[in-house]
Design a protein around this ligand. Sequence first.
Ligand code: FDA
Length: 307
Amino acid sequence: MNPLRSLILAAAGSEVVRHLVATTPGTSGVVERFVAGNTIADAVTRVARLVDDGLWVTLDHLGEDVTETGQAERTVQTYLALLDRLYAEGLAARVEVGVKLSALGLRLDERLALDNAYRVCAAAEQCGTTVTLDMEDHTTTDATLRVLAELRRTWPWVGGVLQAYLRRTEDDVRALAVADSRIRLCKGAYAEPEEVAFTRAHEVDLGYVRCANSLLAGDGYPMFATHDPRLIAILAERARWYGRKQGSYEYQMLYGVRPDEQRRLAGEGETVRVYVPFGEHWYPYLMRRLAERPANLMFFLRALVSR
Ligand code: FDA
């Protein structure tokens, strides 16, 4: 992995750097580009604009790695309030929620995270929307897939995420490319050791295309999460090759990243979903975005220096 990327991802876990970034004047402008505000009201306002533009949305309340059950309970309550609000605003048909199991207590107790995820999924069903479980670092992959399998027994529409950089993912894709299965394929955003993950960008891209082929050949609903123009061109060609009609798969991109491309694809009739994070705990999320792209880091540094 590129040393700058490793350094930024290491800083994502540092309390000292978090404090420094959070208290530096100028940070908020950068945060706003990638994060849709601190509150449910902020997020719903931004999301309504995306929906007006013909986009679909996954709304994610930022927060991960809770260390006590009370925090996990607060996460559940936030999701229940969020779902109520989406329903009340008439947005639930186009806006689903994304959940990190670590925010629901996965590192404390897998059963607790499963029970909490059940409550979020039940509320989502009542509101007429869906849930996708984000994928975190490789130490959580097995547990996340177990929880996903359990939830899918009641709600086959619960979505999962597979990361092309993990060596195991081609096998996971084959197991999950089944009817009604909603699988987001992304490259992977965490600093992973070479034993479990491809570390060269080219290998990750090749892995992504192999997994995309399996998903398109299967009976599920692939959700291709990438901003990579080369991959997007390949995915379009592969979808045609497999006879996939528009609407039988979707593209996904992050809030604030390549917004023109999001609208271009939607204008061509593709289903495009924007992943929109909101909430006060934006720091690790922002650091992962900065690590992905030196230009993002330069944008961040320029915003700080120009204050
Ligand atoms: P990459 O970062 O390799 O960039 C490839 C090319 O894309 C660049 O060369 C450039 O051309 C273009 N590009 C990228 N960023 C750009 C920018 N800011 N502006 C302009 N062009 C840009 N990860 C994870 O581990 N678990 C998860 O659950 C998720 N979930 C998720 C949902 C969604 C909707 C997305 C889009 C991504 C995720 N990710 C994720 C993150 C994902 O794993 C990955 O880290 C990022 O998407 C970056 O990878 P890219 O595929 O975009 O390519």
